[in-house]
Design a protein around this ligand. Structure first.
Ligand SMILES: Nc1ncnc2c1ncn2[C@@H]1O[C@H](COP(=O)(O)OP(=O)(O)OP(=O)(O)O)[C@@H](O)[C@H]1O
Ligand SMILES: [Mg+2]
Length: 372
């Protein structure tokens, strides 16, 4: 599937800007981003419900930009899927192959196979109203897969389910996708969901695709401040890069010090503005000064929260910047109190220098997620 330099405008408004990527056969591909960033619009163009203003959509090598939805070999599952309430589960799933005029034996073979895959064989004779939300969602999936589309497009299909059921369904969806081997294009604003299920993720921000990569690549090597803050938690400090890259490392001025940091993919000239990123679980806290090839500063504990597996420590750097550290039992720290002086440090390898950008506040991030 190729999204070839696609732009979508609604009157003057640019909903998707120059999206340019391809999705491999059999891949679980997610589009992730906050509300209004253009995920659904992109999916609707792949499905055929919208036409690109510029660029082309190709499926299996053919330009389908102007081909209507029912003539494309893809199927869509929406958040509010509608099952036929008066039909049994079996008949709901049989609807597709029957409308393709498949013979009785073939219809039976396909429906039984799909009900097996979604583990609803024992529920075949029930009506949708007699099923839980997760079971209904699996009927919708079976129904969308029964005609063997080359790709299944899913727009927040778990959005209506509660958290526990959503987590169960994430594993189910991934298992089903592996079993049927069909390409899944999955839209979500939930980063955990995308990280759990996807082979690759496209992170979208205000109509732009900021980054495409595997969950690990995106988490370890985000390309922008937006991606770093949207996926997982990150310490992000604005500062300056003070020298050139040497063996992949650069000096950056942040937290009132000059620290050695891993260079990112964007080249920044010496003296240029830059943002240093470090994940909270990579920050070490110690009473003694750290030794070896580390970057770090002295800091004052400002707050502690016990979170089960880790203690979330808030600290203040010499320049008053906030530092967040997630400290596990292996760090053998004494009981800390606000006001205590400690050393924070990390391996320069664990840090990353990103192009300068506005750093979203916690409130900004909460707002982005609330909107969804
Ligand atoms: N038919 C339309 N006419 C005008 N503007 C539209 C239309 N469809 C979408 N938009 C605008 O395009 C932008 C992207 O919308 P889209 O539905 O793709 O967002 P999304 O990423 O799916 O968001 P959400 O997570 O809230 O579903 C939004 O600002 C939206 O208002
Ligand atoms: Mg949407």
């Amino acid at each position: 599937m190729e999204i070839d330099n696609v732009t979508k405008r609604f009157a003057d408004y640019v909903a998707v800007k120059e999206a340019d990527f391809s999705i491999g056969s059999g891949e679980f591909f997610s589009m992730l981003g906050p509300s209004g960033c253009g995920k659904t619009t992109t999916l609707r163009m792949i499905a055929g419900f919208e036409t690109p203003t510029e660029g082309a959509i190709r499926l299996e090598g053919k330009d389908v930009s102007r081909v209507p939805p029912h003539k494309r070999n893809v199927n869509t599952v929406f958040q509010h899927y509608a099952l036929f309430p008066h039909m049994t589960v079996w008949d709901n799933v049989a609807y597709g192959p029957r409308s393709l005029k498949k013979d009785k034996a073939e219809v039976k073979r396909r429906v039984d196979e799909l009900l097996e895959i979604v583990r609803l064989t024992d529920f075949a004779q029930r009506k949708p109203a007699q099923l839980s939300g997760g079971q209904q969602q699996r009927v919708a999936l079976a129904r969308a897969l029964v005609n063997y589309p080359s790709a299944l497009l899913l727009d927040e299909p778990l959005g209506a389910l509660d958290l526990k059921l959503r987590q169960v369904m994430q594993f189910e969806l991934k298992r089903i996708q592996r079993e049927v081997g069909i390409t899944f294009v999955y839209v979500t604003h939930d980063q955990e969901e995308a990280l759990t299920m996807s082979d690759r993720i496209a992170v979208m921000n205000a109509g732009n695709v900021d980054q495409i990569g595997t969950p690990t690549e995106i988490y370890d090597r985000p390309s922008t401040v937006f991606v770093a803050s949207f996926i997982g938690q990150a310490n992000l400090w604005a500062g300056k890069q003070t020298g050139r890259a040497e063996n992949g490392f650069v000096p950056v001025q942040v937290l009132g010090s000059t620290l050695k940091a891993r260079a990112g993919d964007t080249t920044i000239e010496p003296g240029g503005h830059a943002t240093l990123m470090i994940r909270p679980e990579r920050v070490r806290v110690s009473m003694e000064p750290p030794t070896g090839d580390v970057a770090g500063v002295r800091a004052t504990v400002t707050d502690l929260t016990f979170q089960g597996p880790v203690v979330r420590l808030s600290l203040a750097a010499p320049d008053d910047s906030a530092i967040i550290a997630h400290v596990g039992p292996e760090q053998n720290l004494p009981l800390l109190r606000p006001g205590d002086q400690v050393h924070v440090s990390w391996s320069p390898e664990a840090s990353l220098v990103l192009p300068a950008a506005d750093i979203p506040t916690t409130e900004d991030l909460e707002e982005m997620l609330d909107d969804s």
